[in-house]
Ligand binder design. Structure first.
Ligand code: MG
Ligand code: MG
Length: 619
């Protein structure tokens, strides 16, 4: 179906909004009156700009407080409307949105509302304009789609139809039976369809609408369910996004428009209107890549964690550090930025790397060059919204390009050791059998730019085919942190997406972490300490509280206290975890997860965050 977006969804001047919409592939726009009023361009110039960009103006909006008012007031309204119809002619827009009245002057009289809307439609018809009547969820007398439709039906004029807005409908009901009436409306009388999602919240509906709308798939509404009814009705118009959101208003228009278009691509797929390449769900984490301007502290930390430097990239300053199935690349090349060590790329084990990349491309993810240098193994990769590079890869699977082929076994670390390089597999296996060995990457935590949290969750769900858990709020001493995990079915890929408090110069607020799994956290923590590693110190008060909440075996809590181990449990199991200190933006977490436990220790995050603020990064 054709796609359209209201200019109010995007930030910037009208021309910036139009450019962003066109670049993201929208077919048309809804011109929001305030954007036109604030533009230095004449309506004719705006029309020409849209034509140049290949955009149609699908709707002009809004016209308010028209119907069911006293006669003098209505005369005044018609005069006002006629001005707007002339303006719309100059603009080349043929449909106007009329919202159900919120005016204190409006009376509860459907017959009068129908009469007034018919008069308005007659006037509009003379200008070749159609009127789309929409029920606002907080309309004074008309607040439901079926009520608005009954009035439109009674008014019975070819230039009058209804506009359905998913927010106004779904903010009032989550019962699918309430949506069935939509399919009964003749398709040609649905003049327009506006789509917006929203997180499920208990709050005043007007505030909810003005500040928290989001793109389909980013909130909690059943937008596909509503769209199915609209399609059943025979609606032929565009799918148009109308999202008021405090965050999007401030974010850059270009990326927001792309995220918006992606949300419609995913929505259309969900109702069978389109069939992009199917998602290829990753089956594991092949590697996490750190870029660092300074190899030493990171190498020391990896060594203390029990990692072995097993190989080096053939052509680049990138080392492969390995322990069991946990692989960390340490890149000290030109990609290393001034602002310190960070997690720059993630290798996702994929059953079909090329297919995964095709899916990503179809959903507008920026595709990265397959080879960096002519010698490199060609790898499919895309950029996530936060800039993290996601490589779709295969580790040691025949028939697929193996990223490890770019690596050659490392020289032994100390000259005193045998001249023959120790076969890396043997080394790694040896390390894996020690008590407290780290086996694999349990999860990665990526902190998103503050304005990209919802997009990030939708991206990981739709592009990678991961499932998203509920978003949780975590208190940081200096603000609130939101976190949402995306994961595959067996939990072999877990990514915690977080967004911190307002951006600040403090790297800690943008921290990322790599969580490593062990079967024996106490031994892992002791081993790390014995190797010179420093664990994050947790306040004694935390352990006093733990003692009140849970029963522990003799001495267990003392050990936790000594090592800074945090503890959580849910109905299915326990979670023990502790943290290293932070280098640049990155720290490591060591976790021991009972098979059934599905969380990430969110309960403990405020304590961890506070401890990290006390203990500033070592560099
Ligand atoms: Mg609307
Ligand atoms: Mg974690």
């Amino acid at each position: 179906m054709r796609t359209s977006i209201a200019t109010v969804c995007l930030s910037g001047a009208l021309t910036e909004k139009l450019t962003a919409a066109a670049r993201a592939g929208f077919d048309g726009v809804e011109v929001f009156e305030n954007d036109l009023l604030a533009s230095p361009l004449t309506p004719e110039e705006i029309r020409a700009r849209c034509a140049d960009l290949g955009l149609s103006i699908d709707l002009y909006q809004p016209m308010r407080d028209i119907e069911a008012v006293p006669p003098d007031e209505f005369r005044h309204n018609l005069r006002r409307a006629e001005h707007k119809f002339r303006l719309m002619q100059r603009l080349g827009a043929d449909t106007v949105l009329v919202c159900s009245s919120v005016s204190p002057l409006a009376v509860d009289d459907d017959a009068l509302a129908a009469f007034h809307l018919r008069r308005l439609a007659e006037l509009a018809d003379g200008y070749g304009i159609r009127v789309a009547y929409e029920a606002l969820a907080w309309g004074r007398h008309v607040s439901t789609y079926d009520h608005a439709w009954r009035i439109v039906e009674a008014a019975d004029h070819p230039a009058l139809g209804t506009c359905l807005d998913s927010f106004h409908i779904l903010a009032r009901t989550s019962d699918p039976r309430d949506l069935e009436g939509i399919a009964e409306i003749p398709g040609e009388k649905i003049f327009f369809l506006q789509l917006a999602d929203a997180p499920l919240m208990a709050m005043d509906v007007l505030q909810w609408s003005r500040h928290y709308r989001c793109f389909p798939g980013q909130g909690g509404f059943d937008i596909p369910g509503l769209l199915r009814q609209v399609i059943k009705a025979g609606y032929q118009g565009p799918l148009s996004l109308e999202v008021f959101n405090d965050v999007f208003r401030q974010a850059e228009a270009g990326p927001t428009a792309v995220d918006a278009q992606r949300s419609l691509l995913v929505l259309q797929e969900s109702v069978g209107l389109s069939a992009p390449p199917a998602p290829v769900v990753p089956t594991g984490i092949a590697f996490a890549e750190l870029v660092s301007p300074d190899v030493e502290p990171v190498s020391e930390l990896l060594e203390a964690l029990g990692f072995t430097r097993t190989a080096r990239h053939r052509g680049k300053p990138v080392d492969l550090w390995q322990q069991g199935e946990a692989r960390v690349l340490l890149n000290t090349g030109p990609g290393a930025r001034r602002d310190g060590t960070q997690l720059a790329a993630v290798g996702l084990e994929s059953p079909d790397p090329a297919g995964a990349a095709k899916r990503a491309e179809a959903l507008l993810a920026p595709v990265l060059p397959r080879r960096r240098t002519p010698e490199d193994v060609p790898l499919d990769a895309v950029a996530a919204p936060d800039g993290t590079e996601l490589f779709f890869c295969a580790t040691g699977r025949p028939g697929l390009p193996d990223w490890t082929s770019d690596f050659v076994p490392a020289e032994p670390a100390k000259p005193a050791e045998p001249a023959e390089p120790v076969p890396s597999a043997e080394l790694v296996e040896h390390a894996a059998s020690t008590p407290g060995a780290l086996h694999r990457i349990d999860h990665l935590a990526l902190t998103q730019p503050w304005h990209q949290f919802d997009e990030a969750a939708l991206f990981h769900r739709s592009v990678l085919g991961l499932g998203a858990l509920e978003s949780v709020d975590v208190a940081d001493p200096y603000g609130l942190l939101r976190s949402r995990a995306v994961t595959n079915a067996d939990g072999s890929v877990r990514i915690a997406l977080g967004v911190g408090p307002a951006p600040s110069a403090d790297d800690g607020d943008r921290a990322q972490h790599i969580a490593l799994a062990t079967d024996d956290l106490v031994s892992a923590a002791r081993r790390f300490r014995a190797a010179g590693g420093r664990l994050l110190t947790i306040p004694a008060n935390y352990y006093d509280d733990l003692a009140a909440r849970y029963e522990f075996a003799d001495g267990e809590l003392d050990t936790f206290r000594e090592l800074g181990i945090l503890y959580d449990r849910d109905a299915d199991g326990a979670f023990r975890h502790c943290y290293t200190e932070t280098i640049g933006r990155v720290f490591f977490e060591l976790v021991q997860r009972d098979a059934g436990y599905r969380g990430y220790g969110a309960q403990n995050a405020p304590v961890r965050l506070a401890a990290q603020h006390v203990r500033r990064p070592v560099r």
